[in-house]
Design a protein around this ligand. Structure first.
Ligand SMILES: [Cu+2]
Length: 298
């Protein structure tokens, strides 16, 4: 019997340490896109200020609770072992200590206030849309995504991400009936997403960029990110939306500004716009395809 308390303590220490270890699940398509999707105990390596802030806040809170766990559990385990009944014939009978009770009320309260303050600061950073951003309108549907670039569009002519094709192996998902559409963005420039859906609720989720936002029929939700290095980032719908929900992948590709310009120019030609004619403006109202989707749902 005397070993139960120390054993319980050791076991809880072991399991909390095991939780620290990064447990990852690799989904089949993700490997094709050079990504690994992490679950439990760790985020993918963050890219950009939003993902970095989220990871920083997670780590901060994790360290605080780990320290609290050790500070509480270790002395408690020691006291259970040291003052077990067979070791102390006559237990002391004192109770209450005003000083101690004040301490264990005030210190946790201060810790909570600190966590709330840092959480609010992170939230303001994440929820404040940056100026001078590239706007991308995201329209989710059963079962895929449309990406529009209103800054580079003209009335009636909409610049959009191209349909993926089977001869573009970079965006094909082996085994899946659908191909992942690619949202191309420039490196080092903030991107503001205007997210909506045309049928049911979906969710736009790019783990590495720290973005997860519901796409809701009839309203536009905003989110932003900045990819500070070139790369491909796997995205996925994370709101159960129907039979092919699990195949609703997409990809965010961050490219150098010159390559982004070339991409936009190509898509402008596709839309019937002379590339030089549009210098880039800031969209404040939804472009026509998005406005149509939003008003149809109301
Ligand atoms: Cu969906």
């Amino acid at each position: 019997m005397r070993f139960i308390a120390p054993l319980a303590l050791l076991a809880s220490l072991f399991f909390s340490t095991a939780a620290l270890a990064e447990v990852s699940i690799t989904i089949p398509y993700a490997a094709e896109l050079g990504e690994k999707v992490m679950h439990w105990g760790g985020f993918p390596t963050p890219v950009g200020p939003v993902a970095e802030k989220i990871t920083w806040l997670y780590n901060l809170i994790f360290i605080i609770i780990a320290v609290i766990f050790i500070v509480v559990a270790v002395p408690m385990g020691y006291i259970m072992w040291r003052y077990r009944s067979e070791n102390v014939a006559k237990p002391a009978t004192f109770s209450h200590s005003l000083r101690l009770e004040l301490l264990w009320t005030i210190i946790p309260a201060l810790i909570c206030v600190f966590i709330a303050y840092e959480s609010a600061r992170a939230m303001f950073k994440i929820r404040t849309m940056p100026e001078n951003a590239v706007n991308v309108e995201v329209v989710a549907y059963q079962f895929g995504w449309n990406f529009y670039y209103p800054d580079y569009s003209e009335a009636g002519k909409h610049v959009a991400a191209p349909e993926p094709t089977a001869d573009n192996p970079e965006v094909s998902l082996p085994g899946a009936p659908r191909l992942a559409k690619t949202m191309v963005v420039p490196v080092g420039k903030p991107v503001v997403l205007h997210i909506t859906a045309q049928d049911v609720i979906h969710a736009y989720y790019v783990p590495k960029l720290g973005i997860k936002m519901d796409a809701i029929p009839g309203r536009i939700n905003y989110a932003w990110f900045k990819a500070d290095k070139p790369g491909n980032f796997l995205g996925q719908c994370t709101e159960l939306c129907g039979s092919a929900h699990g195949e609703m992948f997409f990809r965010v590709e961050a490219v150098e500004p010159e390559a982004f310009k070339a991409f936009i120019a190509a898509q402008q030609l596709e839309a019937g716009i002379t590339p030089a004619a549009v210098s880039g403006t800031t969209a404040v109202t939804p472009s026509a395809p998005v406005a149509a989707v939003v008003s149809a749902a109301i």
